[in-house]
Design a protein around this ligand. Structure first.
Ligand code: CMC
Length: 435
């Protein structure tokens, strides 16, 4: 632990011996016991399925206090970033550690435009996917394919031109996302344009067509920007840990991010935003019986969970969910959709859950995925694209963590241990003698 402050030792009393383990404290007072030498000194390992209590690294990027509901990037509160920043500013902040000044922002945006196109040969890949292909599958495959088209990224990310690396990925992921949607509905691709901002460009590539002279709605642009900011990073979540894990093997940035996209797709992680809408739709179709759904989520006889509820770290209201809920309601009101039935069901679910002892005692609150899908739906974004938008938002965080890991002093391949519980050594039986 080279950066955190050493602060005394912990004494671990084992049956055979006592081991002294160093304690480290982070800048926000988070305490950690360094068990790096434990096995060498004692023969013991620790076991912690799901890494509930295990820190995998030090990081300067994001701070989360799950008890107080605090989220900060590089020291800035998420509330302030969400209120005041463009997504690209937050992306710059995560990667560079500082907010960009005006000239840095201009050159970052210029690079974003310059890097927005895909190599034309990549278009063939899209054309060969079956029509119903999930955009997350396409997204992951396309990102890993980028490494064949732009192999120089590995050299650039060694330090030469960081902005080039970052904008190339951020800009192309947006184009890939929109193309995968166009492919899924059988419409021609719409190319990125230098005339638009980051979010306008995405919406234009999604909704413009030869027969629809689309103009991005400023309300939708603002909402999309906000939701991308809310998703920009969240320290060592499942997909970000995948980025670090895959990257720790020496795999390139594209490969690490393609793997993270697959992790994000899962319904317990980023896929929850899609699962929330499916759940709300189902409740509506079945007559809107919210109480019954709450009972089902509590029941031990089913694996059903209230999607968009609960969080590994937050034991209070997720600060991102608070902002997303407000923005979702404002957007729907301004669009004249204030009485949206799914929003009504979501709010009733929340109200009932937050009064129910099952949810209260387990500290289960709405998370960032609970309200975002309702807003995306109002913006005309299809359900299958929700997790793609999460990926687009999370990309700067993934890049920042990959770069931090590669630039850091501790370079160790991710390789957990296990407690083996299979058969002990037994005699081999030749094929003909086996029962
Ligand atoms: N509905 C009903 N019960 C729940 C829920 C839920 N959504 N979430 C947790 N619980 C219960 C769980 O059954 C357990 O009860 P008991 O102690 O009686 O066994 C207790 O709460 C603790 O749950 P856990 O599974 O040990 O908690 P975890 O930290 O391992 O899981 C989670 C966190 C997010 C995977 C989980 O809360 C969940 O499955 N939520 C629904 C999916 C979801 O919304 N995911 C998005 C997460 S936020 C954005 C992101 O990271 O991508």
């Amino acid at each position: 632990m080279p950066k955190a402050q050493k602060s005394g030792t912990a004494t671990l009393q084992l049956p055979e011996k006592t081991v002294e383990l160093p304690i480290y404290v982070g800048t926000e007072g988070e305490r950690a016991i360094d068990i790096g030498a434990l096995r060498k000194e004692s023969g013991y390992i620790t076991i912690d399925p799901g890494f509930v209590n295990s820190g995998a690294c030090e990081s300067d990027i994001t701070f989360v206090d799950g008890e107080k509901g605090i989220l900060r990037h590089r020291g800035y509160d998420i509330e302030e970033l969400a209120e005041n920043c463009l997504f690209l500013e937050v992306a710059y902040l995560l990667v560079h550690g500082k907010l960009p000044n005006r000239s840095e922002m201009q050159s970052f945006s210029r690079l974003m435009n310059r890097n927005s196109m895909l190599h034309e040969d990549m278009i063939n890949f899209f054309n060969n996917y079956p029509e119903g292909a999930h955009p997350m599958a396409v997204l992951s495959a396309m990102v890993v394919s980028l490494s064949s088209f732009y192999p120089e990224i590995e050299r650039e990310s060694e330090g030469a031109d960081l902005d080039m690396t970052v904008t190339r990925l951020l800009s192309k992921l947006r184009t890939i996302a929109a193309f995968s949607y166009k492919k899924s509905i059988g419409e021609p691709f719409v190319y990125p344009s230098h005339k638009f901002t980051y979010c306008e460009n995405f919406l234009n590539m999604m909704f413009s067509s030869p027969v629809n002279d689309y103009r991005p709605d400023p309300l939708a642009v603002r909402a999309l920007n906000l939701f991308l900011v809310l998703h920009a990073d969240h320290e060592q979540n499942c997909s970000t840990s995948v980025v670090r894990f895959v990257g720790s093997a020496g795999s390139n940035l594209y490969a690490s991010i393609a793997a993270a996209i697959c992790a994000l797709w899962g319904p317990l992680h980023g896929g929850a935003n899609e699962a929330v809408i499916k759940m709300l739709e189902q409740i509506r179709q079945e007559g809107g019986n919210v109480a019954r759904v709450i009972e089902r989520a509590k029941s031990r006889d089913t694996s059903f969970r209230l999607m968009g509820f609960g969080h590994r770290v937050y034991k209070t209201y997720d600060p991102r969910a608070k902002i997303a809920k407000r923005a979702c309601r404002q957007l729907l009101d301004k669009m004249g959709m204030g009485g949206d039935p799914l929003l009504e069901i979501a709010m009733e679910l929340e109200e009932r859950a937050l009064k129910d002892d099952y949810f209260v005692s387990r500290h289960l609150y709405p998370n960032v995925d609970f309200y975002t899908g309702i807003a995306y739906r109002a913006m005309g974004i299809p359900t299958s694209m929700f997790t793609v938008l999460f990926a687009l938002g999370r990309l700067p965080g993934w890049i920042a963590h990959w770069l931090e890991q590669h630039g850091g002093e501790v370079k160790k391949i991710g390789r957990p241990r296990q407690v083996y519980t299979g058969p002990v050594r037994r005699a081999f039986v030749p094929l003909d003698e086996r029962e």
